[in-house]
Ligand binder design. Sequence first.
Ligand SMILES: *Cc1c(COP(=O)(O)O)cnc(C)c1O
Length: 480
Amino acid sequence: MLLFEKSRPGRGCRELPPCDVETVSLPENDRRRKTLHLPALSEVDISRHYSGLARRTHGVNDGFYPLGSCTMKYNPGINEAAASLPGFTQIHPLQGEDTAQGCMEVLHLAEKYLCEITGMDRMTFQPAAGAHGEFTGLLLIKAYHESRQDRKRTKILVPDSAHGTNPASASMAGYSVVSIPSNSDGCVDIEKLKEAAGDDVAGLMLTNPNTVGLFDRNILEITEIVHQCGGLCYYDGANLNAVMGIARPGDMGFDIVHLNLHKTFSTPHGGGGPGSGPVGCREFLADFLPSVLVSEKAPYRFEKPSQSIGEMKSFYGNFLVVVRALTYLLTLGKEGIPEASQNAVLNANYLRCHLKDLYPMAYDATCMHEFVMSLSDLKKETGISAMDIAKGLLDHGIHPPTMYFPLIVDEALMAEPTETESRETLDEAIGVFRSLYRLAQEDPEKLHAAPVTTPVTRLDEVTAARHPVLRYEFQTEDEA
Ligand SMILES: *Cc1c(COP(=O)(O)O)cnc(C)c1O
């Protein structure tokens, strides 16, 4: 039941304090003509409503959540505590820079440490998410070529294992997308890349480790080929969880990087909450960035570079996400950051090695922070698909891995356990995966019916996708 349905006229929480300033009526034309539907409930009813919803969902605090490519790791409470400090929450974006120096120091330090981790020289925190960062990075590429009067570059190269946002962002930035196939070991096909590289290429967008969880061993050759033809190299660093503190995109030859602070750097995500997709670049691109922090000497201030692509978002981006990221960096420190990556890789390989005899790996090699299984043999033998196994996991309190992605793997399940899971949790999950495999052989009907313990069972996903109902329809649309 929705809040609107629980609503009763006249009910409510606290009254506002009496108005102590002069009231002025809005001009007739500006007044609302339809009823404003606001739910009216008591405080305890609202509180129970949301607690009830929270109980019906599955979060990292409820159990294992190996959703590949999403890095659903536990986010330490201290990051929330820092982001709740009144000095950070009670500021106004329009207040003078001289009164917000502490917050600007947060941005300065976060930029310094994240540039160190990525091997970049400058960074903007304006982009609100990963895809927004990609778009920003592509505008940097465009501005760079235009500044050199080089207008024939209309193509962006994107490996076929890329995250779906990459080709979408390139297309939004006005480029045509050339897909580069992967070879049989899951890495970029070098010969195909060489064929595509030419003086019409503006740049390459690459995810490394790629979306099948492999570190491309030809990475230096790849960036070299693109630079040789005059293109720039863009690193999709949304999933930095395998390499942070260990390998730097800048050292791999990349010119631009975006990060997903809401994946790797400890902001909870997945619920549509605010994210942050900062974009770092090398010095020769810094003059194209949105307003950057000038920090050589106090006081800190923002300045728009002379050839700036303009602002990508109002004010400074989602600032509290940056506070969490900085807290995370400072609590883990120089030793803890690479250790988190090492444990993420160790956990992924532990899970992979204990499943691969039953669940064939799409690419049977040491993986980074995630790996992809292909269930196509199981489906042929038993009729049990990746979707059925995913639904079966729900009955065991485990969130399914990412399904049917990347598209280059048939019946794909992509698992990312993250560094924060204990050996016991991993062993328990391995046991569940193995028992579901047996169930697929012995009693597939049971798996077709799963889940049976969740608030809703199998949903009509086709109708939900084709005819999404995204708004509540009020029964009376009373006109004034
Ligand atoms: C999640 C992800 C993105 C997109 O990030 P959003 O914040 O959802 O826009 C881009 N690339 C990769 C590799 C990702 O995993």
